[in-house]
Write a protein that binds this ligand. Structure first.
Ligand code: DAU
Length: 363
């Protein structure tokens, strides 16, 4: 069984979905997490009363350094590796210790990858979710929390700034990624109604912050700008995303699992809408790089125009409000990428290069 126990986050660098639990005095508190990417394989992290589940599939251990991380993980006395694909009969062992709460951060999360290869998204995001929930049913759980996305609502038009996604907005997806997340959300709600599983769902807007995988807009632009490489903006760059610092997202999840009502969906977002081109220009400015690096490339297929969350419910019911202003968060994020070059340079020098070549060379 794959159980990671009391592993300092540094030892498992490269898995950017991993939650960073920074305060050893309060191991049950998630202080920070990046939630945008999973590696292929399936594993769980346990710390204190938490068991945090990610779902890379077998083979994904080759990322970012083929064997180094796997060996480091396998050689730790605190960790057992279990490949769910190899021995599905063992999968429920992850719950032998009876965690109180399961937070499913796991996802194949990159829209562009889902357009290239939808299958793995269906496997990880839909089947993976049902596997976890079946185990929760079998072993009993106080709360199963599903980390979802605002992308399940589709997009909003640019000329209607008065419109926002509420929890009542119909599901209306655009990409294989968002469709797989929507399917998972429906399954979660179905497990609640059919089996009485105590579930909650959060649907968050775009995150940014430390350990954000370099294929996503903000880290990609930081890495390219630092290397004086072209900054590939899809289309005109007018698409709008609603950016939230990752710690604010984690605080929202923390509140929901402790105080949120079972069976409910909570939208999470901080009213921080920005066009992609604005973001890229901010990054150029912060890094002292010329805007002439900006290169408009072919648009994403089915590209969602605007995401905008209405967070009234989580604010009114749970008192959540974002704490990090974008101007501060983006500075902190850029500084983090400057201070942690080894982490992302290792990633972009590996398998990622062929991904980048495939996605951007003829765009
Ligand atoms: O809204 C929440 C979602 O945010 C999450 O559910 C997804 O997992 C996460 O990946 C993110 O989705 P986006 O597609 O919005 O994120 P991404 O960073 O890929 O792209 C942000 C915007 O920037 C989007 O309009 C596409 C554009 N873009 C992206 C890349 C990577 C570019 O213009 N150039 C690029 O090279």
């Amino acid at each position: 069984m794959t159980i990671f126990e009391r592993m300092p986050i540094k030892e498992i660098k490269g898995y950017d979905i991993l939650p960073l639990i920074k305060d050893p005095a309060k191991p049950e508190t998630i202080r920070e997490a990046t939630v945008h990417h999973s590696i292929r394989g399936e594993f769980a992290i346990r710390r204190g009363k938490w068991k945090l589940l990610c779902s890379p599939r077998s083979g994904g251990w080759s990322y970012p350094k083929p064997n180094a991380d796997k060996e480091a993980i396998a050689s730790s006395p605190l960790i057992q590796l279990y490949d769910m694909d190899q021995d599905p009969g063992e999968k429920h062992n992850v719950y032998k210790e009876h965690p109180d709460i399961v937070v499913n951060f796991a996802a194949e999360s990159h829209v562009d990858r889902s357009i290239e290869d939808p299958g793995i998204f269906l496997q990880t995001n839909i089947i993976g979710t049902s596997v976890l929930m079946d185990a929760c049913r079998k072993y009993g759980i106080q709360r199963y929390h599903q980390v979802s996305t605002d992308e399940v609502y589709g997009d909003l038009p640019l000329d209607r700034p008065d419109l926002f996604f509420t929890e009542e907005t119909p599901i209306h997806t655009s990409s294989p990624y968002s469709s797989s997340k929507a399917a998972a959300d429906l399954l979660v709600l179905a497990y609640h109604r059919t089996y009485g599983l105590p579930v909650t769902i959060s649907r968050c807007s775009n995150n940014y912050g430390p350990y954000h995988f370099p294929e996503k807009l903000i880290p990609l632009m930081i890495a390219n700008a630092l290397a004086d490489k072209p900054l590939p903006v899809y289309g005109e760059g007018l698409n709008v995303r609603d950016w939230l610092y990752v710690e604010d997202h984690c605080k929202a999840i923390d509140l929901i699992i402790h105080k949120g009502r079972v069976g409910e969906v909570y939208n999470v977002g901080g009213h921080n809408e920005k066009q992609n081109i604005e973001i890229v220009k901010i990054i150029c400015k912060e890094l002292g790089k010329p805007e002439s690096l900006i290169t408009h490339v072919g648009d994403r297929k089915g590209h969602d125009m605007r995401y905008a969350i209405d967070p009234t419910k989580i604010h009114n019911e749970l008192g959540w409000l974002p704490e990090t202003k974008f101007e501060d968060g983006i500075k902190k994020t850029i500084q983090w990428y400057l201070d942690n070059r080894e982490w992302w340079e290792t990633i972009i020098s590996g398998e990622y290069q062929s991904y980048y070549e495939k996605m951007y060379s003829n765009r």
